[in-house]
Design a protein around this ligand. Structure first.
Ligand SMILES: Cc1cc2nc3c(=O)[nH]c(=O)nc-3n(C[C@H](O)[C@H](O)[C@H](O)COP(=O)(O)OP(=O)(O)OC[C@H]3O[C@@H](n4cnc5c(N)ncnc54)[C@H](O)[C@@H]3O)c2cc1C
Length: 333
């Protein structure tokens, strides 16, 4: 692919960063654009006066041997750590511990530590939202929210959630790829003034899923991750149907409702809340399991491609696989 030298990657989440790193290592000139303040996308961590809270991905599991090798290099650098967290679920009020099927990892001290380390050798333009793409004199030209023009790209990789890709590319281009819908997720962080009491017979827990809450699907204790400071800090994730229904509600009310829902599910009385807040993920996870395929979308004639978790499965590892496979395909053109 000698004719593909200058490559733009839109989206600095796990998928975009993975593709960008592989292409840069193959000798390409790569520029990455992201609308966020820091690279990471849905692997983001809120850092505030009350501590660190993972608001998106809670941890990631490693099943694929190539992803395992990739993670090992970051584990050796102390950027990620295996997290032998104690996982449970509450079903009809019964507390049950779950054994993880695959090894789980967490960024050290936060999820975003990994994506920042991945972004370090790359040219990343943060807080740049790409609003349009056009093909001019056989090269791609990008335009951003401030009407700045970024010309001269041989190939563009769109590594953003499918509905946002549809909006950026326009329905005609997007239709050819049948981009899937994605569900939303409200994520609430809450800091308590003393540690939680443990349910009867339970020594400790790190994450719990809820089978019969109409509001919540998951709660995690942030302070138990490797490298984190003390202080009882939970992340609560809402069910996707509940999140979709209340997508436009005030985050203050959302946080209140989600903490009340946790109070209703948790078998012990809760300590006093010191602070809380809610974050909305408009596009959190693909709605349906993805069809079998290469794990990315590529139009060789247009010199345009797409990658992201939604091409495979709504997980960090799948986002990595999508970016990795796309970069390999581009290197073999
Ligand atoms: C609440 C929640 C919990 C989750 N829990 C887990 C979990 O426990 N384990 C797990 O493995 N996975 C989990 N996931 C899924 C995981 O976070 C994703 O699969 C993965 O991070 C997706 O990476 P990505 O690169 O495909 O997309 P993203 O991380 O969404 O990256 C896309 C990037 O594109 C940027 N962008 C979008 N539009 C534009 C534009 N026009 N211009 C410039 N930039 C743009 C965004 O700012 C973003 O940084 C969770 C997700 C959520 C939301």
């Amino acid at each position: 692919m000698d004719f593909l030298h200058n490559i733009a990657v839109i989206g600095a989440g796990m998928a975009g960063l993975t593709a960008a790193r592989a292409l840069q290592q193959a000798g390409k000139s790569v520029q990455v654009f992201d609308k966020g303040r820091r690279p990471g996308g849905r692997m983001s961590t809120r850092a505030n006066a009350y501590g660190l809270f993972d608001l998106g991905a809670q941890y990631f599991s490693v099943r694929d041997s190539e992803f395992a090798r990739f993670i090992e290099t970051f584990e050796q650098r102390g950027v990620v750590t295996r997290w032998p967290g104690v996982m449970a679920h509450i079903d009809s009020g019964r507390w049950q511990t779950r054994q993880p099927e695959h090894p789980r990892y967490s960024g050290t001290p936060s999820m975003v530590t990994l994506t920042e380390a991945m972004a370090a050798p790359l040219e990343v333009h943060s807080q740049v939202r790409i609003t349009s793409l056009s093909h001019e004199s056989s090269q791609w030209v990008l335009r951003d929210q401030e009407e700045r023009v970024w010309p001269g790209f041989d190939h563009v990789i769109v590594a953003i959630p499918a509905p946002q890709a549809r909006e950026l590319l326009g329905s005609e281009t997007a239709l050819r790829w049948a981009l899937p819908e994605m569900s939303s997720c409200w994520s609430t962080w809450v800091r308590f003034n003393t540690p939680l009491s443990m349910p009867a017979g339970v020594d400790t827990w790190d994450g719990v899923s809820f089978d019969d809450s109409p509001v919540l699907r998951w709660a995690a204790r942030n302070q138990t991750r490797p490298g984190r400071s003390e202080g009882e800090r939970l992340t609560l994730l809402a069910r996707d149907d509940w999140s979709d229904r209340y997508l436009e509600r005030d985050p203050v009310e959302i946080a209140d409702d989600m903490v009340s829902a946790f109070r209703a599910c948790y078998p012990e009385a809760l300590p006093a809340v010191e602070a809380q807040g809610a974050h909305r993920w408009r596009y959190a996870q693909p709605r349906a399991p993805i069809e079998k395929g290469p794990g990315y979308r590529l139009d060789e004639e247009m010199n345009l491609s797409l990658c992201g978790d939604w091409c495979i499965d709504g997980r960090v590892e799948a986002a990595w696989q999508s970016g990795h496979r796309l970069a390999q395909a581009l290197c073999h053109l």
